[in-house]
Write a new protein. Structure first.
Length: 146
């Protein structure tokens, strides 16, 4: 499995995934590598426009679907009706989503691997992927509510 690391050759890594290293793909991987939270297509498009990389939304949607199929990114839904994406190489983690301001924060995954092992033993079921998000109020919003 190919993983993305900081200070790496994006062109070679995309080739390892069987993809041509187009300016749009290179820019998207760079953006996702540096993103602090999962990105939607609109934020990806904004970044591409800032970098003066030509790509229309349909192209970006196709690219992101291709990245998901090839195991470069994962798609995340936060009950907002829009897909968000992040690199799989960022490892297993989950998200805290503030229902008031929309802030998204990553939380490390410490319990789920044990849970997956128990599921495998008790139910003879191999978990290939999972999704777990927590919805509530961030520190700032919960202080405002009190």
């Amino acid at each position: 499995m190919v993983t993305f690391f900081k200070q790496h050759n994006y062109k070679e890594e995309l080739k390892d995934f069987g993809l041509k290293a187009t300016p749009a793909r290179l820019a998207v991987v760079e953006f996702l590598e540096n993103a602090k939270k999962p990105a939607d297509v609109n934020s990806i498009m904004d970044y591409l426009q800032q970098k003066r990389v030509n790509a229309d939304p349909a192209t970006v949607f196709r690219m992101m679907n291709d990245f998901v199929k090839r195991g470069i990114t994962k798609q995340i839904q936060f009950e907002t009706g829009k897909a968000r994406y992040e690199l799989l190489s960022k490892g297993d983690h989950h998200h805290l989503i503030c229902e008031n301001c929309g802030k998204i924060e990553a939380v490390s995954d410490t319990v789920i691997p044990q849970m997956e092992e128990e599921i495998k033993k008790e139910h003879n079921f191999l978990v290939k992927r999972h999704s777990l998000e927590f919805f509530g109020l961030c520190k700032d919003c919960s202080l405002k509510k009190n």
